[in-house]
Unconditional design. Structure first.
Ligand SMILES: [Cu+2]
Length: 351
């Protein structure tokens, strides 16, 4: 992944069609619907080549910032709405992304979040920034026509203002505008026709199913607790390292489970990725971006000492699946476990 073996798979359907003339009328792919993979790399000053520290298990933060494999690139855009699909491709960097006018740092520029991880939100949410942990995806809508007219600028940058000094995680300090690391620059050109929906008209994309646990039809069969901690220079879940030969617990097919994820430490943040089924967040300690997390998700970034409570509805798939930290160095050393889904589940509450 660090060498660039990663990419997007965009999925369209009869509602999210990739054509602004149909379905939800989201900006057309590929001209106005653009995947952006953010990553940082460490450069060896002696050779100029990308390098890596094999003996550092905390994580790696780079000294150059890339978007789609290029160092701080620019993109020519027209005055209309664009959909950007933003991925944190790690290996250990967290982002709080803002739009910055480099010629007027006092401007606060709004945009819209429409999707989180693999799912549209029920309706667009207007923001001035959002937080992204490794492997999380946010789809945003930026209206460059409105930015040009309201803020009088022809240049705007996607800027990460979240301070992070090492691979353990961000400090949670938000740097002032222009003092962060910009990921890419947009150079705004001519006005062109725009057939996409205006997020300000509150288009309705999606109904989120009920997760009220007082409703008997969504009562969890079991609550399981997972504690993410460090041990012996590596990383553990419930005090154990990953074993490829051991299935840690068995989920019952067609059942509901509640999982508690607990970050046992105030110095590290862990973006936890869970395979197979997506979850909804019932409650969490960190309230930084709650409204844009009102969706089904597959990555939950555990903030310092945070406890998060997740709701799962397992369906009819059987098989073996992992859960792991997506700080890739934590994952490799060896913050991961395997679980399975079978016809009969077990009752391990701290597996
Ligand atoms: Cu981690």
């Amino acid at each position: 992944m660090y060498k660039g073996l990663s990419g997007f798979q965009l999925v369209f359907n009869n509602l999210d069609t990739g054509d602004e003339g149909s379905g939800f009328h989201l900006p057309s792919f590929p001209a106005f619907d653009i995947p952006i993979s953010l990553a940082d790399k460490l450069i060896d000053p002696g050779t100029g080549l990308v390098c890596f520290d094999t003996f550092e298990n905390d994580g790696l933060v780079g000294d150059v910032q890339l978007a789609n494999g290029k160092v701080q690139p620019f993109m020519d855009v027209n005055q209309r709405r664009y959909r950007l699909r933003i991925l944190d491709n790690g290996p250990s960097r967290f982002y709080q992304l803002f739009l910055t006018n480099p010629n007027n740092l006092s401007q606060v520029i709004p945009f819209w979040v429409i999707a989180n991880d693999g799912n549209l939100l029920p309706t667009p949410v207007q923001v001035t920034s959002f937080r992204l942990g490794v492997a999380e995806r946010y789809d945003i809508i930026i209206d460059f026509k409105q930015i040009a007219s309201q803020f009088g600028t022809s240049v705007v940058r996607l800027e990460n203002r979240l301070e992070q000094n090492d691979g353990r995680g961000p400090t949670n300090n938000i740097l002032s505008a222009g003092r962060g690391i910009y990921c890419m620059e947009f150079r705004i050109g001519a006005q062109v026709p725009d057939g996409s929906v205006d997020p300000a008209t509150a288009p309705h994309f999606y109904n989120l199913p009920s997760t009220s646990l007082t409703d008997a039809t969504v009562k969890p069969r079991i609550t399981r607790t997972f504690t993410f901690d460090q041990s012996d220079g590596g990383w553990v879940i419930n005090d154990r390292f990953m074993s490829c030969n051991r299935i840690r617990f068995t989920v019952q097919r067609n059942s509901i489970e509640r999982w508690i994820l607990q970050n046992d430490g105030g110095e590290w943040q862990h973006p936890i990725h869970i395979h197979l089924e997506e979850f909804q967040i019932l409650r969490r300690g960190f309230r930084g971006s709650a409204s844009v997390e009102h969706s089904r998700k597959d990555v939950l970034t555990l903030n310092f000492d945070e406890r998060a409570e997740l709701f799962f509805r397992f369906r009819d798939f059987r098989g073996d699946y992992p859960m792991h930290c997506h700080n890739t160095l934590h994952e490799d050393h060896a913050m991961m476990l395997l679980f399975q889904v079978q016809d009969v589940g077990d009752n391990k509450t701290s597996p």
